[in-house]
Write a protein that binds this ligand. Structure first.
Ligand code: DX5
Length: 237
Protein backbone atom coordinates (compact mmCIF):
# COMPACT_ATOMS: atom_id res chain seq x y z
CA UNK A 1 0.00 0.00 0.00
CA UNK A 2 1.42 3.38 -0.91
CA UNK A 3 1.34 5.56 2.15
CA UNK A 4 -0.28 8.93 1.78
CA UNK A 5 -0.21 11.73 4.33
CA UNK A 6 -3.87 10.95 4.99
CA UNK A 7 -2.93 7.50 6.30
CA UNK A 8 -0.46 8.81 8.87
CA UNK A 9 -2.15 9.23 12.27
CA UNK A 10 -1.95 12.56 14.10
CA UNK A 11 1.66 13.07 15.24
CA UNK A 12 1.53 14.73 18.65
CA UNK A 13 4.59 16.26 20.26
CA UNK A 14 4.35 16.69 24.02
CA UNK A 15 7.16 17.87 26.28
CA UNK A 16 7.78 16.62 29.75
CA UNK A 17 8.25 19.62 32.04
CA UNK A 18 10.73 17.64 34.15
CA UNK A 19 13.76 19.53 32.74
CA UNK A 20 11.98 22.90 32.92
CA UNK A 21 13.02 25.70 35.28
CA UNK A 22 10.73 24.96 38.23
CA UNK A 23 11.20 28.53 39.47
CA UNK A 24 9.45 29.76 36.27
CA UNK A 25 7.02 26.97 35.39
CA UNK A 26 4.33 29.31 34.10
CA UNK A 27 6.74 31.06 31.76
CA UNK A 28 8.11 27.68 30.63
CA UNK A 29 4.60 26.47 29.80
CA UNK A 30 3.98 29.65 27.80
CA UNK A 31 7.23 29.11 25.89
CA UNK A 32 6.24 25.51 25.14
CA UNK A 33 2.84 26.59 23.82
CA UNK A 34 4.53 29.28 21.73
CA UNK A 35 6.88 26.61 20.36
CA UNK A 36 3.90 24.67 19.01
CA UNK A 37 3.62 21.66 21.32
CA UNK A 38 0.37 19.70 21.12
CA UNK A 39 0.13 18.96 24.85
CA UNK A 40 2.19 19.37 28.03
CA UNK A 41 2.99 16.32 30.17
CA UNK A 42 3.35 16.65 33.94
CA UNK A 43 5.56 13.94 35.44
CA UNK A 44 4.01 13.27 38.85
CA UNK A 45 6.25 11.15 41.06
CA UNK A 46 5.69 10.01 44.67
CA UNK A 47 9.10 8.69 45.73
CA UNK A 48 7.54 5.22 46.22
CA UNK A 49 6.59 3.87 42.80
CA UNK A 50 9.65 5.67 41.40
CA UNK A 51 12.75 6.87 43.31
CA UNK A 52 11.98 10.55 42.75
CA UNK A 53 9.50 13.13 44.06
CA UNK A 54 8.11 15.94 41.90
CA UNK A 55 4.92 17.98 41.74
CA UNK A 56 1.28 17.64 42.82
CA UNK A 57 -2.04 18.96 41.46
CA UNK A 58 -1.66 22.44 42.97
CA UNK A 59 1.47 23.12 40.91
CA UNK A 60 -0.36 22.04 37.75
CA UNK A 61 -3.40 24.14 38.65
CA UNK A 62 -1.16 27.18 39.06
CA UNK A 63 -0.07 26.85 35.42
CA UNK A 64 -3.45 25.94 33.97
CA UNK A 65 -4.60 29.51 33.27
CA UNK A 66 -1.27 30.49 31.68
CA UNK A 67 -1.75 28.38 28.53
CA UNK A 68 -4.55 26.75 26.57
CA UNK A 69 -2.78 23.60 25.37
CA UNK A 70 -4.12 20.40 26.98
CA UNK A 71 -2.37 19.01 30.05
CA UNK A 72 -1.74 15.32 30.66
CA UNK A 73 -0.79 13.94 34.07
CA UNK A 74 1.63 11.01 34.00
CA UNK A 75 0.92 9.51 37.43
CA UNK A 76 3.99 7.63 38.55
CA UNK A 77 2.41 7.10 41.97
CA UNK A 78 1.28 4.09 43.99
CA UNK A 79 -2.50 3.68 44.48
CA UNK A 80 -3.47 6.70 42.32
CA UNK A 81 -7.26 6.36 42.60
CA UNK A 82 -7.86 8.76 45.47
CA UNK A 83 -5.77 11.52 43.82
CA UNK A 84 -7.10 11.28 40.25
CA UNK A 85 -10.01 13.72 40.85
CA UNK A 86 -7.51 16.33 42.07
CA UNK A 87 -5.56 16.16 38.80
CA UNK A 88 -8.72 16.47 36.73
CA UNK A 89 -9.79 19.46 38.86
CA UNK A 90 -6.30 20.95 38.33
CA UNK A 91 -7.00 21.02 34.61
CA UNK A 92 -5.55 17.78 33.22
CA UNK A 93 -7.60 16.60 30.25
CA UNK A 94 -5.77 13.25 30.08
CA UNK A 95 -4.82 11.02 33.01
CA UNK A 96 -2.16 8.32 32.62
CA UNK A 97 -2.01 5.62 35.31
CA UNK A 98 0.61 2.90 35.46
CA UNK A 99 -0.77 -0.64 35.21
CA UNK A 100 1.71 -1.57 37.94
CA UNK A 101 0.19 0.85 40.52
CA UNK A 102 -3.52 -0.02 40.63
CA UNK A 103 -5.12 -3.30 41.69
CA UNK A 104 -8.34 -2.66 39.75
CA UNK A 105 -7.24 -1.11 36.45
CA UNK A 106 -10.65 -1.51 34.76
CA UNK A 107 -12.36 0.31 37.64
CA UNK A 108 -9.69 3.05 37.71
CA UNK A 109 -10.00 3.75 33.98
CA UNK A 110 -13.77 3.84 34.25
CA UNK A 111 -13.52 6.35 37.09
CA UNK A 112 -11.27 8.59 34.96
CA UNK A 113 -13.80 8.53 32.11
CA UNK A 114 -16.66 9.29 34.54
CA UNK A 115 -14.75 12.41 35.58
CA UNK A 116 -14.81 13.53 31.94
CA UNK A 117 -11.10 13.03 31.32
CA UNK A 118 -9.38 10.88 28.71
CA UNK A 119 -7.83 7.69 30.11
CA UNK A 120 -4.46 6.12 29.42
CA UNK A 121 -2.36 3.28 30.79
CA UNK A 122 1.44 3.36 31.04
CA UNK A 123 3.53 0.19 30.93
CA UNK A 124 7.03 -0.02 32.38
CA UNK A 125 9.61 -1.68 30.14
CA UNK A 126 9.21 -5.12 31.74
CA UNK A 127 5.39 -5.07 31.90
CA UNK A 128 3.71 -7.20 29.21
CA UNK A 129 1.13 -5.65 26.90
CA UNK A 130 -1.38 -8.32 27.86
CA UNK A 131 -2.29 -5.99 30.74
CA UNK A 132 -4.16 -3.97 28.10
CA UNK A 133 -6.14 -6.75 26.48
CA UNK A 134 -9.33 -6.48 28.53
CA UNK A 135 -9.51 -2.69 28.93
CA UNK A 136 -9.15 -1.54 25.31
CA UNK A 137 -12.73 -0.24 25.28
CA UNK A 138 -11.83 2.24 28.06
CA UNK A 139 -8.57 3.50 26.56
CA UNK A 140 -7.84 6.73 24.74
CA UNK A 141 -4.07 6.17 24.78
CA UNK A 142 -1.35 3.74 25.87
CA UNK A 143 2.08 4.89 27.02
CA UNK A 144 4.92 2.43 26.40
CA UNK A 145 7.84 3.56 28.55
CA UNK A 146 11.17 3.62 26.75
CA UNK A 147 13.07 4.17 30.00
CA UNK A 148 12.54 2.96 33.53
CA UNK A 149 10.50 5.80 35.06
CA UNK A 150 11.82 8.27 37.62
CA UNK A 151 14.25 10.59 35.91
CA UNK A 152 14.78 12.57 32.74
CA UNK A 153 17.91 12.34 30.63
CA UNK A 154 18.08 8.54 30.59
CA UNK A 155 19.11 6.45 27.61
CA UNK A 156 16.38 5.28 25.20
CA UNK A 157 15.73 1.55 25.50
CA UNK A 158 15.59 0.52 21.83
CA UNK A 159 14.56 -3.03 22.69
CA UNK A 160 11.13 -1.55 23.43
CA UNK A 161 10.50 -1.05 19.70
CA UNK A 162 9.12 -4.58 19.11
CA UNK A 163 6.88 -3.98 22.14
CA UNK A 164 5.65 -0.71 20.59
CA UNK A 165 4.93 -2.54 17.33
CA UNK A 166 3.04 -5.32 19.13
CA UNK A 167 1.10 -2.74 21.15
CA UNK A 168 0.06 -0.89 17.96
CA UNK A 169 -1.18 -4.18 16.53
CA UNK A 170 -3.19 -4.87 19.69
CA UNK A 171 -4.68 -1.37 19.77
CA UNK A 172 -5.71 -1.75 16.12
CA UNK A 173 -8.06 -4.55 17.18
CA UNK A 174 -10.16 -2.04 19.14
CA UNK A 175 -13.27 -0.47 17.60
CA UNK A 176 -11.82 3.04 18.00
CA UNK A 177 -8.44 4.72 17.50
CA UNK A 178 -6.17 4.56 20.54
CA UNK A 179 -3.06 6.76 20.56
CA UNK A 180 0.29 5.17 21.34
CA UNK A 181 2.72 7.33 23.29
CA UNK A 182 6.38 6.73 24.09
CA UNK A 183 8.31 8.46 26.85
CA UNK A 184 11.98 8.37 27.70
CA UNK A 185 15.07 9.23 25.71
CA UNK A 186 13.09 10.54 22.75
CA UNK A 187 15.28 12.76 20.56
CA UNK A 188 16.08 13.36 16.89
CA UNK A 189 18.18 10.19 16.93
CA UNK A 190 15.60 7.92 18.53
CA UNK A 191 12.21 9.30 17.39
CA UNK A 192 12.42 7.53 14.03
CA UNK A 193 12.71 4.11 15.63
CA UNK A 194 9.88 4.80 18.06
CA UNK A 195 7.50 6.28 15.47
CA UNK A 196 8.49 3.70 12.90
CA UNK A 197 7.46 1.04 15.42
CA UNK A 198 4.02 2.63 15.77
CA UNK A 199 4.16 5.47 18.29
CA UNK A 200 2.26 8.62 17.28
CA UNK A 201 2.57 10.63 20.53
CA UNK A 202 6.13 11.53 21.45
CA UNK A 203 7.18 12.76 24.88
CA UNK A 204 10.48 14.58 25.00
CA UNK A 205 12.12 16.33 27.92
CA UNK A 206 15.87 16.70 27.82
CA UNK A 207 16.25 16.63 24.05
CA UNK A 208 13.59 19.30 23.61
CA UNK A 209 14.84 21.68 26.30
CA UNK A 210 18.47 21.21 25.26
CA UNK A 211 17.93 21.59 21.51
CA UNK A 212 20.60 24.01 20.23
CA UNK A 213 18.08 25.86 18.04
CA UNK A 214 15.41 26.17 20.73
CA UNK A 215 12.04 24.66 21.55
CA UNK A 216 10.23 25.46 18.28
CA UNK A 217 13.00 23.88 16.22
CA UNK A 218 12.90 20.81 18.47
CA UNK A 219 9.14 20.43 18.03
CA UNK A 220 9.33 20.80 14.26
CA UNK A 221 12.25 18.38 13.99
CA UNK A 222 10.57 15.69 16.09
CA UNK A 223 7.26 16.03 14.23
CA UNK A 224 8.94 15.90 10.81
CA UNK A 225 11.05 12.87 11.68
CA UNK A 226 8.11 11.04 13.26
CA UNK A 227 5.86 11.69 10.24
CA UNK A 228 8.56 10.48 7.88
CA UNK A 229 9.02 7.31 9.95
CA UNK A 230 5.27 6.66 9.84
CA UNK A 231 5.20 7.09 6.04
CA UNK A 232 8.01 4.54 5.76
CA UNK A 233 6.12 2.23 8.13
CA UNK A 234 2.97 2.41 6.01
CA UNK A 235 4.97 1.81 2.85
CA UNK A 236 6.46 -1.27 4.46
CA UNK A 237 9.97 0.17 4.30
C1 DX5 B 1 10.68 9.27 33.31
C2 DX5 B 1 10.14 10.55 32.78
C3 DX5 B 1 10.97 10.99 31.60
C4 DX5 B 1 10.56 12.31 31.02
C5 DX5 B 1 11.23 12.51 29.66
O1 DX5 B 1 10.02 8.92 34.46
O2 DX5 B 1 8.78 10.36 32.39
O3 DX5 B 1 10.89 9.99 30.62
O4 DX5 B 1 9.20 12.33 30.87
O5 DX5 B 1 12.58 12.56 29.91
P1 DX5 B 1 13.68 12.57 28.74
O6 DX5 B 1 13.01 13.01 27.46
O7 DX5 B 1 14.70 13.55 29.22
O8 DX5 B 1 14.18 11.17 28.65
Amino acid sequence: MTATPADVPPILIAPSVLPADFARLGDECAALEQAGVDRIQWDVMDGRFVPNLTMGPDVIAACRSVVSVPFEAHLMIEEPDHLIPRFVEAGCELIIVHAETTRHLHRTLGAIKELGAAAAVALNPSTPIDELRHVLDLLDMVLVMTVNPGFGGQAYISTMEPKVDATRALLDTADHWIDLEVDGGISATTVGGAAGAGANVLISGSAMFRHPDGLAAAVTELRTLARSAWEDRLRGV
